[in-house]
Design a protein around this ligand. Structure first.
Ligand code: CMC
Length: 428
């Protein structure tokens, strides 16, 4: 039987029929628009975790989780990771098109010349204990930027976008230097974006330090792979906070908080902790596979599974092959890489993981690469934030410029106590 294409869906509820318009995407995805459902029928849709809810129409990133496809503004992630640079991808995501050479030069120049922090902002770092989680420091420092760079008209907003992109890496490196008690290293205009970040992280004022090309290239690629992922938890947070009219800094600061959780960006840290634990316990990964399968045990295989990818995460494939190459070039032999490979093999052959379509995600091998670069585990999720920043900015900007945007305000189905009388506590 041939399928019939209609431009509405019909919902039957308590005997009444409701015609609901459809929104058809570029790749023929179908969204049933339920905007008027409540006013017409009194009913809402219920979708805890928003697994089946589209919160907006977006032209930034396309994902087909069944086929492992990821594209930014139409460009396949594999091509961008191989041929592009992170700064070019930032421009693409935020402005919608790839830059010309002149536009790219101008963009690079701005990102370089806005990378210094207001000197007074250094005082904040003095107040944090050395043990402060770097993601908390980063979120707080981005929120504090509102005080130094107030919001204003479109021109100011555009400048604040540049400032945020330029300064986040300086904030991240200062947070790290503070945590290990070393003096801050200032950004230098002669460096590329990624090179400069690695320089501010690893240089010390008393010695010459050149960033190895292999590290710069690997980090640049990792940042590209993390740059956007449509309506994920942190991007939705950024949009939600921004939908109230809150500033870019307030919105991104909230996004950093959302990313820090172990089920989201924090997973890359947890993967390394898990691999270290397996290593220290003698390297037998099968016990951990069994633990992950046990429904009475809250343990999950970190770096496995994804809300959207049900075949493979294309980013994980690219990172896995890069990890092999980088470790080879650096002459490193990381026992955790072997454990990760064994764990992946064991899990992919196991019915539990096959039935639930659980594959390694972006966080599974990225930690091994970060380790090879000499980055401490606590900084891994900060790396994710730096990569995701252009995505958050693009999502925030799109939300702001979209006439369909209303303040995000979901409904609920109330299941608490029915109305009851208040009885005062009897006085003794
Ligand atoms: N290990 C063991 N079992 C798992 C795992 C895992 N990593 N992930 C999901 N499951 C099971 C889960 O117990 C459930 O089983 P059952 O149907 O028997 O109850 C089933 O698979 C479906 O899981 P879910 O929790 O309903 O799936 P979700 O879409 O709500 O969660 C996820 C997605 C990524 C939070 C989850 O897979 C997870 O916790 N993974 C580990 C953490 C992780 O690696 N997070 C990084 C995600 S990718 C980067 C990012 O978004 O930042």
């Amino acid at each position: 039987m041939e399928s019939v294409q209609t431009d509405t869906a019909t919902l039957t509820l308590n005997g009444a029929e409701y015609e609901l318009p459809l929104s058809i995407g570029t790749e023929d995805e179908v969204g049933v628009d339920i905007n008027t459902l409540r006013s017409e029928s009194g009913a809402i849709t219920l979708d805890p975790g928003y697994g089946n809810t589209g919160s907006c129409e977006s032209a930034i990133t396309f994902i087909n989780g069944e086929e492992g496809v990821l594209r930014y503004r139409g460009y396949p992630i594999g091509e961008l990771a191989e041929k592009s640079s992170f700064v070019e991808v930032c421009y693409l995501l935020i402005n919608g098109e790839l830059p010309t050479q002149d536009e790219l030069d101008d963009f690079r120049h701005k990102l370089t010349y806005h990378s210094l922090l207001h000197e007074d902002m250094k005082k904040f770092f003095e107040g944090y204990p050395p043990s402060a989680p770097p993601m908390s420091v980063l979120s707080a420092m981005v929120a504090a930027m509102s005080a130094y760079y107030p919001t204003g008209d479109e021109e100011v907003v555009d400048l604040n976008i540049i400032r945020l992109l330029a300064k986040l890496k300086t904030l991240a490196a200062f947070a790290y230097k503070k945590s290990i008690g070393q003096p801050y290293v200032y950004p230098q205009n002669r460096h590329s974006y990624t090179e400069d970040f690695l320089h501010t992280m690893f240089a010390v004022p008393s010695e010459d330090y050149e960033v190895p090309d292999v590290l710069e290239e690997a980090l640049d690629m990792l940042l590209i792979l993390h740059a956007d992922h449509e309506q994920n938890c942190s991007a939705s947070t950024v949009r939600m906070v921004g939908s109230s009219g809150a500033s870019l800094f307030a919105s991104v600061s909230a996004g950093i908080g959302a990313l820090s959780g172990p089920l989201h960006g924090g997973a890359n840290t947890e993967v390394i902790r898990m691999l270290e634990e397996i290593h220290e316990a003698g390297g037998d990964s099968s016990k951990y596979v069994e633990k992950a399968k046990d429904s009475d045990d809250p343990f999950r295989l970190m770096g496995f599974g994804h809300r959207v990818y049900k075949n493979m995460d294309p980013r994980a494939e690219i990172i896995k092959s890069t990890a092999d190459r980088v470790l080879d070039e650096l002459g490193l032999d990381d026992p955790l890489l072997d454990i990760a490979r064994h764990l992946e093999e064991a899990a992919l052959e196991d019915d539990y993981f096959i039935e639930r379509s659980l594959y390694p995600n972006v966080d599974f091998y990225s930690g091994i690469l970060y380790r090879a670069m000499g980055l401490p585990t606590e900084m891994f999720t900060v790396m994710f934030s730096m990569g995701r920043l252009p995505g958050w900015i693009a999502q925030w900007k799109e939300m702001r410029n979209d006439e369909a945007t209303r303040i995000y305000r979901p409904r609920q189905v109330y299941v608490g106590a029915a109305e009851r009388d208040y009885t005062p506590i009897e006085q003794r």
